[in-house]
Design a protein around this ligand. Structure first.
Ligand SMILES: Cc1cc2nc3c(=O)[nH]c(=O)nc-3n(C[C@H](O)[C@H](O)[C@H](O)COP(=O)(O)OP(=O)(O)OC[C@H]3O[C@@H](n4cnc5c(N)ncnc54)[C@H](O)[C@@H]3O)c2cc1C
Length: 406
């Protein structure tokens, strides 16, 4: 039986492990925390990801736990004008799921993890950290430290789904190329409802200094919570963005009736745009945040990571059937998924941020006009949602696959 160890039980590692288990691989999924991390992070699932999770058998449960978000709104903060509403309903025919789903990443990982344990109990090893590995032409030997002490394991393949600070990537000596934004992002959570002001489940608000992303998450069931992402000053700017003054200024710019008691959580984090110089070395692979990180505007990080996992699982299954093709298949994983990270996810998320924060009056007018015009034209509207949902990028990837020039 072909064996694979997966490091990290986030949404990407659990998708990876579940996909391989379902194909009859022997899988060990290592997670250093004693329970799956539940901090507030990604929450948007795009239609192709819903299709992949449904193939894994967890999609229906995850959709049932989430909030359907067919419409994606843009508005101007100063005038409060709704500039555009993009409708995923226009994806009809391109996907069985013409909507996004808001479901916290912890619930995605947890649903996958329970499916893994139902399929093969003992696959998920919590509180067990992978501390190192070496590889040769035949396999990988890793060391892990858990509740019963340290042990070694020999496997055919190793996949690092161990997040943005990936020790797997560092051990392989692979550069993480890109940049870190000077400003940081402030994430606030509030139970206050925004539907009464005409907001949708997913919204982006344009402003040169106080732009924001506003979206609803199911939390513990109705009525759910709203998360707001604001820009925050750099760490060395001498201003604490989680301070009452800073938080009050941000929320009251968005809604003058909001005040500090409405805010349940405040989190601040640094934002990177980086892609690993390689997604594979020998028998060791990178997937998810270990391979690429981006700003959260557009809700693409968790999605593209799950797409890595599904793509890699397909390659490993194909290599098991045709070992002579393994090298070409693994090179294809690197080329396809690194290309997707560079050409689509990085480009799109950088563009999403630029649109929200357009600084000069001319740039703001142009951004607003572009949103209105694209939304009003049926063909451009559909092309826009095909792109935003990652369907267009995946279709371009399969066209390349079919191209004889490849
Ligand atoms: C603060 C924050 C907020 C974010 N907000 C958004 C958002 O709003 N929208 C969005 O699209 N994206 C957001 N992201 C990005 C999104 O969360 C990631 O794209 C997504 O989590 C990637 O999942 P992953 O499984 O690759 O990595 P992770 O979810 O980071 O999982 C990695 C796992 O590996 C485990 N691990 C690490 N090292 C080891 C080891 N040596 N041994 C065993 N286990 C190990 C960790 O404990 C962790 O559970 C955010 C990220 C951060 C950090």
């Amino acid at each position: 039986m072909t064996s694979c160890a997966v490091i990290g039980a986030g949404p990407v590692g659990t998708s990876m492990a579940l996909a391989l288990l379902r194909q009859g691989f022997e899988v060990t999924l290592y997670e250093r925390e004693a329970s799956l991390p539940a901090d507030p992070r990604a929450a948007t699932l795009q239609p192709p990801t819903l299709e992949m999770l449904s193939e894994l058998g967890t999609g229906a449960e995850i959709i049932a736990k989430g909030l359907k978000a067919p419409v994606f709104q843009f508005r101007d903060r100063a005038s409060d004008e709704i500039l555009a509403e993009y409708d995923y309903g226009r994806l009809e025919g391109a996907t069985p799921y013409p909507f996004a789903v808001q479901c916290e990443q912890f619930k995605v990982a947890d649903t996958n993890a329970r499916a893994i344990e139902a399929l093969r109990p003992g696959t998920l090893r919590l509180a067990t950290e992978v501390t190192g590995f070496t590889q040769d032409a035949q396999g990988v030997t890793l060391t892990a430290r858990g509740p019963d002490g340290s042990h070694k394991q020999r496997v055919d393949y190793l996949v690092g789904c161990d997040g943005g600070r990936s020790a797997t990537r560092k051990t392989l000596g692979i550069a993480f190329e890109g940049f870190t934004y000077e400003e940081r992002f402030l994430v606030l959570t509030t139970p206050r409802d925004f539907f009464d002001r005409g907001f949708r489940v997913r919204n982006y608000v344009l402003d040169p200094t106080q732009w924001c992303a506003l979206f609803k998450v199911p939390h513990e069931g109705p009525p759910g919570l709203w998360r707001i992402v604001f820009p925050a000053p750099a760490a060395d700017a001498g201003l604490d963005p989680t301070s009452d003054d800073y938080v009050r200024a941000q929320i009251q710019g968005l809604d003058s009736t909001l005040d500090l008691p409405d805010i349940a959580h405040r989190n601040i984090y640094a934002v990177n745009q980086r892609v690993a110089a390689a997604f594979r070395k020998g028998r060791v692979f990178l997937a998810g945040d270990a391979a690429h990180v981006n700003n959260p505007l557009g809700g693409l990080g968790m999605n593209s990571g799950i797409h890595d996992a599904i793509n890699l699982a397909e390659k490993l299954v194909a290599a098991r059937a045709a070992p002579g093709d393994a090298e070409a298949l693994f090179e294809a994983y690197d080329r396809e998924r690194r290309g997707m990270a560079d050409r689509y996810v990085q480009a799109q998320t950088i563009q999403n941020k630029k649109r929200l924060e357009a600084r000069t009056p001319e740039a703001r007018r142009a951004a607003a006009e572009e949103l209105r015009a694209t939304c009003a034209d049926p063909e451009r509207h559909r092309a826009w949602v095909m792109n935003a949902s990652l369907i267009a990028g995946l279709a371009a990837l399969s066209d390349t696959e079919r191209s004889p020039a490849r």
